[in-house]
Design a protein around this ligand. Structure first.
Ligand code: AMP
Ligand code: MG
Length: 393
């Protein structure tokens, strides 16, 4: 049996970033930048007004001063206006500042009389002006290779005039759920059958990780049929197989993969839930054998598949894993076993509480959970203890 950290190292060592593409900015959402990006121009690109009002010279601006309005500078086209002391130019938010002006007075703070304005108060030089380069200097790094593409970055990149960006790949993932006992949701199960619930869960997790699902199949516990279906799954970048990786006579995933020429790098990891986890490769495809028990499949996806997919996507290492936050424990928790135990629970208002039964088939508890807590063997954590939990949303 492989330790959890060794298994992680083996999985990550075996996958490499896939070739990416240059795509329209919006299509990069959820992907990772394949390049460092540096600002081509400062932001703002020119001095401009932060308000609708009047461009003025601060020194001619005591309360009660009367200024002549010499012209108008709208946003959008620089009229190249010039002004001096005792003068004002009508200006609008975002409009370039006329030469000679060093402040803007808000229109609410003046009284307009035909071609003059009367100031209600004094004005400080620099007031309501957005200076060129005050937000961002030319040449400044604005995005690093491996960073996620997200809404908050798009604004900045578009403001630089960028319409496209080079990003990492979106891995293609095949999902095969194995088991004679499985009926598809929507079908009528025969006596003794259960509904197949792993593939849709893994599908959602795959999408959540930023990859795309290109095949979903159900395979019986029959070597020839299973091998045939797995063969098709190997045409993708990653193949997720659920069930059939344990030690039962009908656990045929390993023999089927061997028949397909798989190198099996690891099988069985010291982890609860998730012990039967298998990882190998066939050619360009990374193969993950996930336990059939739904909670085990869920946890091993998050712990091993997700980081591997993120690496394939060109993510920086800090984006491989789940987001970790600190929490207080609602109750005492212990791990008397000899494997690390990932408990599923709900993190709410800084408090982590395990949700429902913690057995590997127990779906209701999982459905209420939003966080994982890792208990190392021998851990005994008191109620109220501060712990780190991992979030998958
Ligand atoms: P296995 O790993 O194939 O021995 O399956 C372990 C347990 O998980 C058994 O109780 C299976 O019925 C159940 N199981 C396997 N695959 C699925 C699936 N796709 N959906 C729901 N339960 C499953
Ligand atoms: Mg099975």
């Amino acid at each position: 049996m492989t330790s959890e950290p060794d298994a992680m190292v083996a999985v990550l060592a075996s996958v490499t970033p896939l070739p990416g593409a240059t795509v329209p900015l919006l299509e990069s959402l959820g992907r990772f930048s394949a390049q460092d990006v540096f600002a081509q121009s400062p932001l703002p690109a020119f001095d401009n007004s932060a308000m609708d009002g009047y461009a003025v010279q601060g020194k001619s601006c005591r309360a009660g001063a009367r200024l002549r309005v010499m012209g108008e500078q709208p946003a959008g086209a620089d009229r190249g206006l010039t002004m001096g002391a005792g003068e004002a130019i009508r200006i609008f938010t975002g409009a370039p500042l006329p030469a000679g002006a060093d402040a803007v007075v808000m229109q609410e703070d003046v009284t307009r009389e035909e071609t003059t304005i009367v100031l209600q108060g004094g004005v400080e030089p620099g007031e309501f002006i957005r200076r060129r380069g005050s937000d961002l200097a030319a040449g400044q790094k604005i995005l690093a290779r491996g960073e996620p593409m997200a809404a908050q970055t798009f604004g900045l990149l578009a403001a630089q005039g960028m319409a496209e960006i080079a990003v990492g790949a979106v891995p293609r993932v095949a999902i095969v759920a194995t088991g004679d006992e499985l009926a598809r949701p929507g079908e009528t199960p025969r006596p003794g059958q259960i509904f197949e619930s792993n593939s849709i869960m893994l599908h959602a997790l795959t999408r959540g990780a930023g990859a795309k699902v290109t095949m979903v199949e159900h395979a019986p516990d029959e070597l020839e049929r299973l091998t045939e279906i797995l063969r098709r799954g190997l045409e993708s970048d990653a193949l997720l197989v659920s069930g059939g990786v344990s030690v039962g006579d009908r656990d045929l995933v390993k023999p089927a993969l061997r028949a397909l020429g798989a190198e099996i790098d690891l099988w069985r990891v010291a982890l609860k839930p998730g012990k039967p986890f298998l990882f190998g490769r066939v050619g360009g495809c990374a193969v993950f054998g996930l336990p059939g028990n739904p909670v085990s499949a869920f946890v091993t996806f998050l712990k091993f598949v997700r980081p591997a997919l993120r690496k394939m996507m060109g993510a920086a290492e800090q984006h491989f894993g789940l987001r970790s936050v600190t929490a207080r424990l609602a109750t005492e928790l212990t791990n008397d076993g000899d494997r690390p135990h990932y408990l599923r629970g709900e993190l709410r208002e800084g408090v982590f509480r395990i949700s429902g039964r913690q057995e590997s088939h127990a779906l209701f508890g999982l459905s209420r959970a939003n966080a994982l807590l890792r208990l190392a063997p021998g851990d005994k954590l008191a109620e109220g203890a501060t712990v780190a939990v991992e979030l998958w949303d």
